[in-house]
Structures are given as C-alpha cells and as structure tokens.
Write a protein that binds this ligand. Structure first.
Ligand SMILES: Cc1ncc(COP(=O)(O)O)c(C=O)c1O
Length: 271
C-alpha cells in the first residue's frame, strides 16, 4: 500500500460487508499505530482522540489479526496472532505448538515479550508516532526538492520511489526497480527493497513473469535508529543517481530463482 493508511470509515464498511456475507475480517497489524496516527490527522471526528482510543475502535472492526511486532511493536523480533473465534483459536493452537512454541509464548523468550508489551505502549504515544512519521516525510520532502519521482502523499514507514520514471531506459524484462536498488547500494551502501517485477513473481500456471503496473523501490526507515542527517545522506545519494540516470540503460538477468518467493534468494548477473 506504500505505507498509506486505511480510514476508519473504510474499516467500518469492510466489516459491515464481511458480516453481511459471514466472512471474518483479519487485520495485518504490522503498522496499526501508524495507521491510527493518520486517522487522527486526516479523518473527521478523530482529532481529539488519543491514539489508543483510535486503535481500540479500529479493532472493533476485526475478527482476527496477525502482528509482525518488529514493525509497530518496536521490538527486534516476534509477533502474535489473535482471534475472537474459539473454533479458530483451537485450530491455530495446534499449529502454533507444532511450529512456534506453546500458546503462551509462541517461540518468543519472556524478555522479548516484556519488550513487546513496552513497545506496544510506546508505539501508541502520539509524540513518538509524530516524530517517526515526520522523519519519513522529511526524507520524502528532500527527495521531492531534488525532483525525484515518488508516491505521494508520503507513506508512514517508507518512501516509495517510482523506478520506471527514474530509469526509463531500462527494459522491464531487466528488472527496472531492482536495478535502482543495486545502484543505490553501490552509490552509498543504502539498502532499499524492490517492489516490482521480481516481487510480483511468476504466474503459477504459465510461469511467465508478471509485470505489475508500478516498478517501485521502498526506502523503509527503521524506527528510532537514524537522525535526519542520515535522511540527508539517503536523499543526496538518490540525487547523485538521478543526475546520472541517463547512463543507466541496462539491467540484470536471473541466474537462480527459487520456485516460490524468489524475491528473497534470487541470484542475478548484469547484462
Ligand atoms: C504490513 C506488513 N505485514 C507483514 C510483513 C511481514 O512480516 P514478517 O517479516 O514478520 O513476516 C511486512 C513486512 O514488511 C509488512 O510490511
């Protein structure tokens, strides 16, 4: 979604529709707090509510959730699942014990669970969220000043750069956005992630590459790690690439790819 939020109204309407058809609603909660921040800032009726109040309302529209806690849980690793159906809980318990650990900890050490409890409290503090999201916006604004094509408005956790507009000479069969991530790494040691043809993977039936409408690179910013000076370094590195973009006309071919989720382990060579 490019770090774009889901409005409360949207959550409400999805829940009503799903209830109508008897389908449970599952939230991906990875960025639940950043989502609540945007609801507070943008949606009528929420400006005076606390983030925690907004989050509580959000979850009245969910039947279950998955949480990758290394995002808005502000922990180094871990997560959880939650649901309001006893039946699904029983089924999930079997798999949880088989693959993760007992239901009370699911593979997480107690120390990490304590950290997660603190992380959830802190990530729902308005001041924390504002500082974090404004830092991402700061990076986006610097890139916009340099004329770099990106998705707007700027997302909550990342800036998404439009690689097709950045590198129009690279054929899409040579993985445009992947080329940009490599160039950025070579330029300044900065790691972005391709959100384009490689990630879109192959059609499971025809095994042909799927070409999404957008070739993007995501510059996701870790929480509480960098200063705005670091953002300046990223922006200037992108500008250096932007200034020499005309010289980048070829990309890469795949030399190894896994049968599924090739994005993580692909090996490539330069054309
Ligand atoms: C919204 C969202 N959900 C889930 C994940 C994946 O989480 P994990 O790495 O814990 O599998 C990501 C990763 O970026 C994400 O952005």
């Amino acid at each position: 979604s490019g770090g774009q939020p889901v409005s409360m109204q949207n959550l409400r309407e999805v829940k009503a529709l799903a209830d109508h058809y008897g389908i449970p609603v599952c939230f991906d909660s990875a960025r639940f707090a950043e989502n609540a921040y945007f609801i507070r800032m943008r949606e009528k009726g929420y400006a005076d509510k606390t983030i925690k109040e907004i989050v509580k309302e959000m979850y009245t529209y969910a039947d279950m959730t998955t949480m990758s806690a290394k995002k808005d849980g502000i922990v180094n690793m871990g997560g959880f699942i939650a649901m309001n159906s006893e039946e699904i809980f029983r089924k999930a318990t079997v798999f949880n014990i088989m693959f993760e650990g007992y239901i009370t900890y699911g593979g997480m050490p107690g120390r990490d669970m304590n950290a997660l409890a603190v992380g959830l409290l802190e990530s729902t503090e308005f001041d924390y969220l504002e500082t974090r999201i404004k830092q991402v916006e700061y990076l986006g604004d610097r890139l916009i000043e340099f004329g770099i094509p990106l998705q707007r408005p700027i997302g909550g956790h990342a800036v998404f750069i439009d690689a097709s507009k950045f590198l129009p000479k690279v054929p899409r069969e040579q993985y445009i956005a992947w080329v940009l991530t490599i160039e950025l790494y070579l330029e300044a040691g900065i790691r972005g992630v391709e959100i384009g043809t490689l990630l879109a993977d192959r059609d499971p039936e025809t095994r042909e590459n799927r070409y999404p409408a957008l070739e993007m690179i995501r510059l996701a910013i870790p929480r509480r790690v960098y200063t705005n000076n670091h953002m300046d370094v990223i922006a200037v590195a992108m500008k250096n690439l932007w200034d020499r973009r005309d010289k980048i006309a070829t990309g890469y071919r795949i030399t190894y790819e896994a049968p599924i989720m090739r994005h993580f382990t692909v090996e490539m060579e330069k054309i």
